[in-house]
Design a protein around this ligand. Structure first.
Ligand code: COA
Length: 168
């Protein structure tokens, strides 16, 4: 947990659409048991980037670690709702800033695709990435991502995203 909090202080964020704040970091640092409990027993709703409440779909969250060091996280949603169909897709991931550029995200996504093949009834997954996020687009392409189309980002005015599919 200490390494996870350190990663948040460094710039790792649990939600790629929203950076952590001093308050969210302090909340996790002050009560790790509460933090872990709300991962295992998540609420049924999620606060969307525009502040409204949306439906939370079940997801599997995996941490990428080396010994006691937290390096990054990746999550797969078990199915999509209309919000996730529009943006977000099945899989999202992040690597802590000090661990970037070492191939970890590429390895995390490859590992997650194996996990999905073995554990979920999905035959293909969709992922989205803003076009300026060159590293993420590369991670997806290196894992077999096929571009379906460019789409306007629903939460970031003027930003364009790419929607990919990976056949499992
Ligand atoms: C996107 C992110 C997960 C990439 O993690 P990473 O561990 O650094 O990625 P990798 O080391 O596996 O690199 C993947 C590829 O991107 C390339 N890359 C990295 N940074 C790049 C950049 N700024 N411009 C172009 N390519 C870049 C790497 O060279 C590598 O390609 P290569 O193997 O052909 O050389 C990381 O930057 C991150 O956590 N960003 C914030 C959260 C986020 O954007 N998540 C994804 C949302 S869609």
């Amino acid at each position: 947990m200490a390494s996870f909090v350190e990663a948040m202080r460094e710039g790792y964020s649990r939600d790629t659409l929203r950076p952590e704040t001093p308050d969210t970091i302090a909340g996790v640092a002050a009560d790790p048991a509460w933090f872990l409990n709300q991962i295992v027993n998540p609420p049924t709703t999620v606060v969307l980037p525009d502040g409204t409440l949306g439906e939370r779909v079940p997801e599997t969250l995996l941490w990428y670690v080396e010994g006691d060091e937290f390096l990054g996280s990746i999550a797969v949603r078990h199915w999509l709702n209309p919000v996730l169909e529009q943006w977000g897709g099945h899989i999202g991931y992040a690597v802590r800033p000090s661990a970037r550029g070492k191939g970890y995200a590429t390895a995390m996504l490859a590992g997650m695709l194996d996990h999905v093949r073995a554990n979920l009834p999905l035959t293909r997954v969709t992922l989205t990435a803003v076009q300026e996020n060159h590293a993420s687009n590369r991670v997806i392409r290196k894992n077999g991502g096929v571009l379906e189309k460019a789409i306007p980002h629903p939460w970031h005015e003027g930003a364009i995203g790419n929607r990919y599919w990976i056949e499992l």
